[in-house]
Ligand binder design. Structure first.
Ligand SMILES: [Zn+2]
Length: 159
């Protein structure tokens, strides 16, 4: 294959087989640090608010995505919220069927304008609805490690 020849299929590209040992560390950033620390230490949700846009970000950001202002106004939101969308997973990423459906949802916590992605639990498929009210269920404090998985799932408010 000539150097300037166009490759239409990636399997036609010249390749060398091998492994590259790479280690990396991805930080959750200033806003993520506070977000996860609030969950871990206090079982609360922290968001940032842009007064100019009247918009509250959860998960928080340190810059407004709309007007690019630096955000340093923190607000507490949730722990209850509203399901804005959801999807029901019936197979695992490897294609094997799941014993129980896994429900992922976009949850708008009370006081937030953006949404958080997380699992729904203790809800029948026939109960699922956009607009349903849910609340966060956190792991016991001593089991939390500063991760989004410190939230077990969200369940219906009346569960
Ligand atoms: Zn803004």
């Amino acid at each position: 294959m000539a150097l300037l020849e166009k490759v239409d299929k990636n399997i036609e590209a010249r390749a060398w087989q091998g492994e590259i040992p790479i280690q990396s560390r991805y930080t959750c950033g200033l806003a993520g640090e506070k977000f996860f620390r609030e969950i871990m230490e206090n079982g609360r949700f922290a968001g940032t608010h842009c007064a100019e846009c009247e918009y509250t970000y959860v998960p928080p950001t340190i810059y407004c995505e709309r007007c690019f202002a630096k955000l340093d106004e923190w607000v507490e939101v949730g722990p209850e919220g509203t399901v804005q969308s959801f999807t029901v997973l019936l197979v695992a990423p490897d294609g094997t069927p799941l014993e129980e459906p896994d429900i992922l949802a976009l949850i708008q916590l009370d006081g937030a304008d953006s949404v958080l992605v997380h699992r729904l639990g203790k809800v029948g498929l026939d109960e699922l609805a956009i607009g349903m009210r849910v609340k966060a269920v956190f792991k016991p404090k001593k089991e939390r490690e500063g991760s989004i998985l410190d939230i077990v799932h969200f369940v219906p408010v009346n569960a």
